[in-house]
Every structure is written in structure tokens, then in C-alpha cells.
Design a protein. Structure first.
Lengths: 548, 358
């Protein structure tokens, strides 16, 4: 079926498009303008037309996400379900996640923490998120097998084969390392770890582990660069960890998770751990300008109750006493494990206000929004449904000033946000939420509206109230099919789980099986994610090719 | 595949039709058991939503002892593999952990990872069977049982009680750990006991690393909790009678609902063996049971449909007790048996065709 989206303001920064025009769609793809009479014309007059949004870092599935629901059963509200989908109104459920992303015009979302030891459950959960294509990043960097290979100096080929085998079995889209070595060190009593500190029992450091993974990712040709969660998240002086890690990449591609939580400079050098923090957004921005090999997602904070979810058990243990309400779950897992710690970003509180300001400052200082992607690290900085409000604040200096005026003076004293007049354009928003994340994930078929792109399209009524505009898309197409009209889901389709097209080296698979049998009394088959495990759906997965 | 309707052999089509008829007439149906692979339990959730029914896994009692304490105060846990390789102090609570091979395996394994690698493991028990076959230091529980014993132990650990009592000695041993683990069964310890235990663990972590290793129930409860959480945002028991998932362990206790006369029809799902509920046969019931099980007979319920046993005659994603995760298991000896997931989906499809909606 040939469809013409007519008369809307088409925003596609990858093609330099920002003007009224048409987008043509056929068989689920964007096609060249046609002389044929379209089967359907969608009137987008007065609307903004963009590619579907792409999420790179949102905790939407996995054991710790499940645990957060059990720990805080009252965090989300369930509402009476309208006809159409049984569970979309079940607050916090997978269906609720899919529906809320789709309403905002997002069509792809990636869970950044896919533990290889719990890959099947995570994928079963991802597959139950409707409307979106989704994927997961396989987490490495604390697993004993990898650390043994590194400790024993087995060389780059062995590391590459182990990473590739792990990716293949976990069906990951990329590789992430979370405070590399930190979980292992924590189990041996360490409570603070920096880039070059020794990991007990292995004689390694975060730097060694990360460097090995950076090389392996390049050798395998993983399109998404190594996704790095640095040491010392959230601590005053975390900017040092960020910059040191950036330099340690030595020019290799690297993506930093939730940079806002590292843009904390020490406020009082005389009392670094007790004197609080100040914005290091300018320093982070300067470092990024000097290192074009790097990208980050922001991890913007929003005010209110949330729950922090992280495989960084060392950090979560350190932050447990800040839990609100006063309860937490920490799991010392087979590799990372993780922690679930409820947290309240106190509305108008001085600390949370400064965190809020730093995230916005980072984005507003960025010279290239494709490299500084919008996330809230859902739910760690806040729920992803706050994206429209964040976009509003980026696009409207007056609105921002109004909000700043309600906040404590510390925002002006310890961040540069009040002095920034920049307003994001729609093209820059598209870079921040579409083209940037799609490029970062190596998904060349989305994030833009050029010929050949997937027909994932979001149409918004152009409205000065950007919160309203981006909260409820007028129309969302997924693979050319209408899934949202006037902010409501109209077709409950299932997307695909994107996984990297890699095969495990046979020798390494055999070796890994022997290792696992010895350690767990259960082999590689118990780590597998076979198609047969998804009995009610067909073709759950879609392959993504490696870089040539 | 075998099926019966009112005691007579029936085709699968006829049994599905009869099941849909039976459930469509119900005002307050319950779906109980849920001892099956993840795909089948997933289908049961969808069926329950369509019917406006409630769901109650057979593992409920074990789950609630854990979940109640979890949502009240949280938990600190570890895995079997980490315990075996790394835990230099292991405290076994109560009797149930001594069933099976877990304690023996831990006792026999050398400490191979972490700072204590190569050292001798300290194995302790509290309120256990005083098993003489495995070398360990045994402490008796007090008259009040494990929860009271845990309270006293915690008081000694915190310094709120002092003296030469055995628990003072036990508390010292726990604090001496580099990586300690308490193994327990939530149903045996009870919700209050679990809450006290997790408090003790929090206290121990002020100066060392200490975690718990809770035993999983044998009826797929852990897998059902995960699926329930990502499907409804909440743990089981869940009811859909008011058009939205409502988590209420008391209200949706199937045994209570049936005893009180609230429920007027049931679906019993036991593709894997599960204790037969005493209410089976007392109210109109559809039994979806594993082939070859004792319930695979016409007199079990008004409608009986046999299905493949996951991991035996059909493949399925199941809770792996050893690894503590969901893992896929192929059929050992594949048969032509219907899969529970397909049977439940077909019943739901028929209900939708009949226009049934909660």
C-alpha cells in the first residue's frame, strides 16, 4: 500500500530537511516521492513529521526491573483497562512501557543491562513489550570467566572469542560494562573503586578490563560502541572518573551511560567528600569536544519518587542508606548482580535541583546533540514519560527560566544553567531523540526519513506547549502501520527484538560450556535464548549485521 | 493427547469447547495451580484477564513469606554458585535446606574464589536436624522457633543482648565472615522470620559482606512471580474482576475463595506435578494436567485435558533450581501431546468468540 504523509513540516536532520513537504511510504519503508496515486493520504497540515524516537538506555526489562516492582508495588498505578490490550493500563508492566513510549512517538527502545546469566528471562520480558522494536546490551566486565582470561594474559583473540560467544548466547545488540571489576571487588570487601585501583584476586583494574572490551567490540565489529558505566557514579569528583575513562579509551569508540551522574565536580577541594558538588558540565562538554570518538546519554533527573536500578552493586550498596522509602534489594549475583534502591528526587530540594540543572546544562552546552542523547536512565533519573517536559525545557528558554525561578539559589551558584539562552530547534530535538541514538546503535534503517528507512514515523501537532505536543503524538506509524492516533494506541502490534548477527566460535563455546559446568553444575544450554522459548510468537528476533 | 468431558473421552476440540462453556458461565472463576512452563503461565494470565478471573499459584504460601518481607524491608541475596565458590561462612537455617543436595555440595566444595579462596569453610546450622553426616557446628533453635531465635541472634549481633549464650558465639562467627551466606526456606521461616533475618543481614553488612540464599519452591513459583511482575506490574495473587490487575494475596487465595463459596468455577493448571487441591471435584473445574499424571483421568474434573509435561514430553522455559534463573529445557522424549500454552490460548480464543469479556 502506498501512503503519502502530506503537508507536514518534515524534520530530518540527516537529510537537512526542515520544511513543509511529503513523506511517502510503501510496504513498511520510506520510499521516494511517487507519481502514482497513493492508496492513502495522511493530512499532516499543521503538524511536525519526524522519524520514530529511539531509546538507547532505559531499564525496561530484567531481573532487577522485576525486583523493583516487587519492592515497590505501589510505585505505579493501574487503571481500568479499556478494550484492546489486557495489560497496557497495568502500571509499570511491559505493556504499559510499550504503550507509553509509543504514545510519545518512540518506536525502538534498548534495555542497557542484559545479564548473560539471566538472558532468557530478560528476553521473554522484552518480547512482552508491545509496539516497539527492542534490544538488550550484554553486560560483561565482572564475570569470573572473563576476568580469569584477562588475569592469565590469554590475549586479545581469547577475549574476543569469549565476548562474541557471550553476545551470541545472550542475543545481545551490543556490549556494556558496568563499573568494570566493581562487583567483583565489592564481594571482596571493596567499597570504592577508581579506574586504576586493583581488583582483588585478579590483579586487574577497571582500565584493563574496559580496554580489553573496547578492543573486542571493535574486532567483532559490534555497531554500537562499548557502552560504559564508569566508576564512582554520583559521587563528588565523579567528573574525574568520566574524563579519565574517556582518555583511557585512547581514541576507540566509546559510549558513556547517564553522563549527568558523573558531571559532579568537587565543590570544596578541602573537603571533597563532605563539601558537596557543583556542575562539571562545562568540563565534561570540553572533554567531549576534544574526543570525537565518544558519545553519551544524559540521564536527566526529574523531580519525584522513583526507584534506582543498577547492576553496579558497589554503588547501590554505597547508596542504600539514602533509600526513600527505607528499603532496598541488593543481589550479589553470579557476575554483577545489582541493586534496587528507591529514591526521591525531592521537588525543589537543593541536591535534586542541582542534578536537574546539570542534565539540562549538559544538553544545552552540546555542540552536537547526536552525541549527547536524551535519557533519564529510566527509572534512575526519573520515568521516561517525562521526556516531553524535558524537550519543552530545552526548546523554550522562558519556560526554563520560570522553572529555575522556583528552585533554590544553588542552581545558579553551582551550575551555569540560568545563564544559558540557547533554545533547541526541532531538528536538534530530532538529533537528540532520533538520528543520534539510531546512529549510536548502528541501526541504519531508522532514526531518519530517507528513502529505505523503516516507516517508523511520528506526527505531532505543532504546539508551543512542547510538553503537550510530544506527550501525545497525533499519529505514530510502526513499519508503516498506524499504532497511535491522537495519543491513543489503536493497534497492538508486536515489534522485534534486535540482536546482533554473530556466531559463537565453536572452540570457545566448548570451553565456556566446560567452565560453566564446573562452576554452576549446568552448562551453556541453561544460558541459551532459543526461539522455541517464545511459544506464542513467531520471529521474535531480527538480526542486526556487524560492521564490515 | 487425551481429554474427557463429564467423564467421557472427548476430542481436544470438544474439550476446549466444553472448557470455554464452563468458564463462560462462571461469575467468579479462579485459575489455580499454575505449575507449568512460562509460556503456559503467560497464556493463563491472558485467559484470566479475558475472563475477569483471579490467579493463584500453588506455590503461594512459600512466595508470600518471601514477598511480604521483601516489600516491607527489602533483601540482600546471592546465588548458589557464589555461595559454593566464595562463602567462607554458611549458616543453614531450619530443616528444609538439608533436604536435597545443596548443603552437602557446599560442604564438599573447596572455597575457590574471592579473598577466602583456599581457606576452610565454616558451616553452621540453626534449628536444623543436627545432621551428623555433614560436619558443621549446630545451634539449637529456641522454643519459640526460628523467628524468635533469629530475633535473639540479631539482638546479640547488635549488642542489645550480651553474655555467654550460644547465640553470642554464633554472632561472633557470623561477623568473622568475609563473604557469609544464610540459607533458608521462606515458608519454613515465615514472613516475620524472613524480615528479622534480612534485618540481621543488614546489620552484618555494617562491617562485612553477608547475604541470603533463599530456596525456591518446587512449583515454578519464582518463574510465575517474574512473569506476573512484567505482565501486571505486580506479584501474584492477582485478580482481574474489576478490569484491572489487583494484587491481593488474601482475597485471591483460591482455597479460601472456594471454601467461602465465592468462586463458582476453576481452572486447575498442572502441566508439571503439583499437590492435588482438596477442592478438585467440588466445583465445576477444567483441569489442564500433565499426561501420565494421576490427575490425567476423566473423574478428576468436569473437563480434563492432558498436555505435554515441559522438560519431559514437550520443551518449555522453566525455573532452573540450580542456577536460580529461567532456562529453556528441551523435551527428553517428545510426544504428540498438546502444549498447555496452546490449550489455554484456544480456550481463550473460544471465549472471545463467544463474546465473553470481564
Amino acid at each position: 500500500m502506498l501512503t503519502r504523509i502530506h503537508g507536514g513540516r518534515v524534520i530530518d536532520p540527516t537529510a537537512g530537511r526542515d520544511g513543509v513537504g511529503d513523506v511517502w511510504i510503501e510496504d513498511g519503508r520510506v520510499v521516494a516521492p511517487s507519481d502514482r496515486t497513493p492508496d492513502e493520504t495522511i493530512d499532516a497540515t499543521g503538524c511536525v513529521v519526524m522519524a520514530g524516537g529511539v531509546e538507547v538506555h532505559s531499564h525496561i526489562a530484567g531481573g532487577n526491573v522485576v525486583m523493583s516492582r516487587l519492592l515497590l508495588p505501589d510505585l505505579y498505578v493501574s487503571e481500568a483497562a479499556p478494550n484492546g490490550h489486557p495489560f497496557a493500563q497495568a502500571g509499570g508492566s511491559g505493556s504499559w512501557i510499550g504503550a507509553n513510549y509509543a504514545r510519545m512517538g518512540y518506536t525502538t527502545a534498548v534495555e542497557p543491562a542484559l545479564p548473560p546469566s539471566n538472558a532468557l528471562a530478560t528476553h521473554l520480558e522484552l518480547a512482552d513489550i508491545p509496539l516497539l522494536d527492542r534490544g538488550g546490551l550484554a553486560v560483561l566486565g565482572n564475570d569470573d570467566h572473563l576476568l580469569q582470561v584477562l588475569r592469565d594474559g590469554e590475549g586479545k583473540a581469547a577475549v574476543r572469542d569469549l565476548v562474541q560467544q557471550t553476545l551470541a548466547h545472550a542475543r545481545g545488540l551490543g556490549v556494556k560494562c558496568i563499573n568494570a571489576g566493581g562487583a567483583s571487588a565489592f564481594k571482596d570487601g571493596v567499597l570504592k573503586l577508581s579506574l586504576d585501583d586493583e581488583i582483588p584476586c585478579y590483579g586487574l583494574s577497571t582500565r584493563n578490563i574496559m580496554a580489553a572490551l573496547l578492543d573486542a567490540v571493535e574486532e567483532i565489529g559490534v555497531p554500537h560502541p562499548l557502552h560504559v558505566h564508569c566508576n564512582n557514579l554520583g559521587l563528588p569528583g565523579a567528573d574525574d572518573s568520566f574524563v579519565a575513562t574517556l582518555e583511557a579509551a585512547e581514541g576507540r569508540r566509546i559510549h558513556f551511560a547517564h553522563a549527568q551522574f558523573y558531571a559532579y565536580g568537587v565543590a570544596d577541594p578541602e573537603n571533597p567528600m563532605t563539601g558537596g558538588f557543583r556542575s562539571a558540565a562545562e568540563r565534561i562538554n570540553a572533554a567531549m569536544e576534544a574526543h570525537p570518538n565518544a558519545t553519551y546519554d544524559v540521564g536527566q533527573v526529574v523531580f519525584g519518587q522513583t526507584v534506582t536500578i543498577s547492576l553496579d552493586i558497589l554503588r547501590q550498596f554505597g547508596g542504600r542508606k539514602g533509600a526513600k522509602p527505607k528499603k532496598w534489594v541488593l543481589s550479589a549475583g553470579d557476575a554483577e548482580g545489582g541493586g534496587v534502591v528507591p529514591f526521591l528526587y525531592r521537588p525543589r530540594g537543593p541536591v535534586s535541583s542541582l542534578q536537574w540543572a546539570i542534565g539540562l546544562e549538559l544538553m544545552l552546552l552540546s555542540s552536537n546533540p547526536e552525541r549527547t542523547i536524551l535519557t533519564t536512565d529510566h527509572p534512575n533519573g526519573g520515568v521516561f514519560t517525562e521526556y516531553p517536559r524535558i524537550i519543552h525545557l530545552l526548546m523554550d528558554a522562558e519556560e526554563r527560566a520560570k522553572e529555575i525561578a522556583t528552585l533554590p539559589a544553588v542552581v545558579g551558584e553551582r551550575s551555569g544553567l540560568p545563564g544559558i539562552e540557547r533554545e533547541y530547534t526541532l531538528s536538534e530535538i530530532a538529533q537528540l531523540t532520533r538520528s543520534g541514538p539510531a546512529k549510536l546503535l548502528g541501526l541504519t534503517d531508522r532514526g531518519h526519513l530517507r528513502e529505505g528507512a523503516k516507516a517508523d514515523v511520528a506526527i505531532y501537532r505543532d504546539d508551543r506547549d512542547r510538553t503537550a505536543m510530544f506527550s501525545h503524538a497525533k499519529l505514530v506509524l510502526k513499519d508503516g502501520q498506524k499504532i497511535v492516533e491522537d495519543g491513543e494506541v489503536v493497534a497492538w502490534i508486536s515489534g522485534k527484538t534486535l540482536s546482533l548477527d554473530v556466531e559463537a566460535d565453536a572452540g570457545m563455546a566448548k570451553r565456556a560450556d566446560a567452565y560453566l559446568q564446573d562452576r554452576f553444575g549446568a552448562g551453556l544450554d541453561t544460558f541459551a535464548v532459543p526461539d522455541a522459548a517464545f511459544p506464542e510468537t513467531t520471529e521474535t528476533f531480527e538480526d542486526v549485521a556487524c560492521r564490515a | 493427547m487425551a481429554a474427557w468431558v463429564k467423564g467421557g473421552a472427548a476430542s481436544l476440540d470438544a474439550a476446549v469447547e466444553a472448557a470455554a462453556d464452563l468458564l463462560a458461565k462462571a461469575r467468579v472463576p479462579v485459575l489455580a495451580g499454575l505449575n507449568a512452563d512460562v509460556g503456559a503461565v503467560r497464556a493463563a494470565y491472558r485467559l484470566a484477564e479475558t475472563l475477569g478471573a483471579s490467579l493463584d499459584p500453588v506455590s503461594g504460601r512459600s512466595l508470600y513469606a518471601e514477598l511480604g518481607a521483601l516489600s516491607a524491608g527489602g533483601a540482600m541475596t546471592t546465588t548458589r554458585a557464589e555461595t559454593t565458590a566464595r562463602a567462607d561462612v554458611v549458616l543453614v537455617l531450619g530443616n528444609r535446606p538439608w533436604d536435597g543436595d545443596l548443603v552437602g555440595e557446599i560442604a564438599a566444595a573447596p572455597l575457590s574464589r574471592g579473598g577466602a579462596a583456599g581457606a576452610e569453610r565454616v558451616l553452621l546450622s540453626l534449628g536444623g536436624p543436627q545432621n551428623g553426616a555433614i560436619r558443621h557446628v549446630a545451634y539449637a533453635a529456641e522454643a519459640g522457633g526460628l523467628p524468635v531465635a533469629l530475633g535473639h541472634l540479631r539482638a546479640f549481633a547488635k549488642g542489645h543482648l550480651a553474655g555467654e549464650a550460644a547465640f553470642a558465639d554464633l554472632a561472633k562467627r557470623l561477623f568473622a565472615a568475609q563473604y557469609g551466606v544464610v540459607i533458608y526456606d521462606a515458608e519454613e521461616v515465615g514472613e516475620l522470620g524472613v524480615e528479622m533475618l534480612q534485618g540481621l543481614i543488614r546489620d552484618l553488612n555494617e562491617s562485612t559482606r553477608f547475604f541470603t540464599l533463599p530456596l525456591a519452591d518446587p512449583f515454578q513459583g519464582r518463574a510465575t512471580v517474574q512473569l506476573s511482575a512484567w505482565t501486571t506490574g505486580q506479584a501474584p495473587r492477582v485478580g482481574f474482576g474489576r478490569h484491572q490487575p489487583e494484587h491481593d494475596p488474601w482475597r485471591f487465595d483460591s482455597a479460601r475463595q472456594i471454601a467461602a463459596g465465592e468462586a463458582d468455577a476453576a481452572l486447575w493448571l498442572a502441566a508439571l506435578p503439583a499437590p492435588r487441591p482438596d477442592w478438585l471435584g467440588r466445583l465445576p473445574t477444567v483441569a489442564v494436567v500433565g499426561e501420565g499424571s494421576t490427575e490425567a483421568a476423566g473423574e478428576t474434573a468436569e473437563v480434563v485435558i492432558t498436555v505435554g509435561v515441559p522438560g519431559e514430553s514437550v520443551g518449555g522455559a522453566l525455573w532452573n533450581q540450580r542456577r536460580g534463573v529461567i532456562a529453556y529445557v528441551d523435551a527428553k522424549v517428545p510426544t504428540e501431546a498438546a502444549r498447555a500454552v496452546d490449550v489455554l490460548a484456544r480456550i481463550r480464543d473460544r471465549l472471545i468468540e463467544k463474546g465473553v469479556s470481564c
